[in-house]
Write a protein that binds this ligand. Structure first.
Ligand code: NAD
Length: 521
């Protein structure tokens, strides 16, 4: 980068950060107990960088274990009154939160592009997702209903009700710095829970900005103390959150390795966890597919967010009749992808999030090569420019290569050829993860087989839609090593409440269930 470009970029970064009163290169607090930021972070400070240039954006004071304990104590205290606020009134707070994000959508989207590196259109979509889930949660706040079940006993009523759960600890990944934690905030808040949020150390400024928005809309209200932020390292502050038995639920988004850690730590204290972990998602294209649709879906699924989505298409399974033609078209489409500054119009692929992510990309490709995979396209680190830019890569792989079972969190696509749908389904289901999957076909019979009990084993199974880009109305999550958790819409709210089964006797006898007799006077 020339000196002039460096200066221009600094000015741009300064303006973007300025929208949230964050000084470029300055020191800011990543700890907020109940709304107001505190300067006494006891964790080691971290640097956050612009992945497009590698330049330091700010130094962030992080939380230590004591800050975590204090945040949980405050959230626990706040829960005592928040749970008594009528749910539709809690919904009103979430409506204002959605409006807060609406008002700051552009500012926050630009900050996401700057610190996370996703292109502006996707960053706007990410903020929109928070707004959408807030809208959904407002309606949900009037629909937290139980059910009445027919009792076998005369003059008895058998009902289920749902009650607030307690403190929810939200651990989030860098790649969706506000949308995925936002699914949790909005639903947990209408459910009557309070929140301690530990975001990724790669995106602390985005979380500080989100916390500011929260503070702006709740200051002086009964919701002022229900939301705390603890930026900090996973191994320190994250572990403290997992171990704290005042945290009723951990919502954890991250790698499968994180899931193993969360499962073990939370099970040890018989806590509850919603796990949203890594994916290894496949698209299958059959000979009878509309290739135009499939091509667009695969291009977005593989290159979108620079291959850093949990739902990124990592495996492409082509039926032999169209395989050669489709691959040629995909390579041609890849050649048109503009890689560059995520804040610039027309850029389709920004940088990876960090230098470690670039190293993972290089090491992943080297291992694929060692195991016999053949590079078809890309595979180069764009070292001539500053920042963490790479080319998207396509490799021809075979199903017996151990590495195809792993999620490499970078834009690397494995391509396979198969003869039949059943062979494709077997390959789709052959990996440890089970998040998202898509089949492209015009055959009703093939589509229905794909959606049947012998079809995709993933939490998300699409037809003529790619693996990426879910709507918030449905429950989101995956099976197997992806963790089994569900978030966002549908009945995911039940994960944030406790269920109580109630039997009421309004008669003058005490009949026992199953006709059991126990005659004592
Ligand atoms: P990561 O696992 O490195 O980190 C995720 C979060 O866990 C971070 O906040 C990190 O600080 C924290 N953490 C790390 N170690 C911890 C510990 N011992 N205790 C408590 N917290 C700890 O993941 P990442 O690189 O930020 O994100 C990418 C991963 O997230 C990918 O595997 C991706 O598939 C997954 N992801 C999944 C979903 C989903 O919904 N299934 C969504 C987004 C991302």
């Amino acid at each position: 980068m020339s000196t002039k470009l460096v200066d221009e970029r600094r000015l741009q970064a300064k303006t973007i950060l300025g929208a949230f009163d964050l000084p470029l290169g300055g020191t800011v607090s990543g700890v907020a107990h109940g709304g107001s930021f505190v300067q006494s972070g006891t964790g080691a400070p971290i640097e956050t960088r612009d992945p497009s240039t590698g330049e330091v954006l700010a130094h962030v004071l992080t939380a230590g274990e004591d800050d975590c304990k204090l945040a949980v104590a405050k959230a626990h205290e706040a829960f005592k009154s928040w749970r008594l606020v009528p749910a539709p009134h809690r919904g009103e707070v979430v409506r204002r939160l959605g409006d807060g994000f609406r008002k700051r959508k552009e500012d926050l989207a630009r900050l996401i592009s700057l610190e996370n590196g996703k292109v502006l259109s996707e960053a706007r979509g990410e903020v929109q997702e928070v707004i959408d889930i807030c809208d959904l949660a407002v309606g949900q706040s009037r629909q937290l209903f139980g059910r009445e079940i027919a009792s076998e006993r005369r003059d008895h009523r058998l009902v289920e009700q749902w009650l607030p759960l307690g403190v929810v600890g939200i651990i989030s990944a860098f790649n969706f710095p506000v949308a995925v934690p936002g699914w949790g905030w909005a639903i947990a808040l209408v459910c009557g829970d309070t929140i301690v949020w530990k975001p990724s150390s790669h995106t602390p400024l985005i979380s500080i900005a989100a916390q500011q928005i929260f503070h702006e809309v709740t200051a002086g209200t009964e919701a002022e103390k229900v939301f705390s932020l603890i930026v900090g390292r996973g191994g320190a502050v994250g572990e403290a959150l997992l171990a704290d038995d005042r945290v009723a639920l951990i919502q954890a988004t991250g790698s499968c390795a994180l899931g193993d850690r969360v499962s073990a730590a939370v099970a040890k204290r018989s806590g509850r966890a919603i796990l949203e972990l890594g994916g290894n998602n496949a698209v299958i294209v059959l000979d009878d597919a509309d290739l135009r649709l499939a091509l667009r879906a695969v291009a977005f699924g593989t290159v979108g967010t620079a291959g850093q989505r949990c739902t990124t298409t990592r495996r492409l399974i082509l039926q032999r009749g169209i395989a050669g033609r489709f691959l040629d078209q995909l390579v041609a489409a890849y050649r048109t992808v503009k890689i560059g500054d995520p804040l610039e119009d027309g850029t389709l692929m920004g940088p990876l999030v960090s230098s470690e992510a670039v190293r993972d990309y290089e090491e992943g490709l080297a291992e694929i090569h060692r195991q016999g995979g053949k590079l078809v396209y890309g595979g180069t680190v764009l070292a001539e420019r500053a920042g963490y830019f790479v080319e998207p890569a396509i490799v021809q792989s075979t199903k017996d290569m151990p590495i195809v079972r792993e999620e490499i969190f970078a834009p690397i696509l494995h391509v396979f050829e198969v003869d039949t749908l059943d062979e494709a389904i077997e390959l789709n289901n052959s990996v440890p993860q089970g998040l998202s999957s898509g089949l492209f076909t015009t055959s009703l019979a093939a589509a229905e087989r794909w959606l049947s009990a012998v079809g995709s084993d993933c939490g998300i199974a699409n037809v003529n839609v790619g693996t990426s880009g879910a709507e918030i109305g449905g429950a989101f999550g995956g099976e197997k090593a992806t963790g089994g958790g569900r978030q966002a819409g549908s009945d995911a709210w039940k994960g944030y409440m406790r269920r109580q089964t109630i039997t009421i006797n309004y008669g003058s006898e005490l009949p026992l269930a199953q006709g059991v007799e126990f005659p004592v006077d």
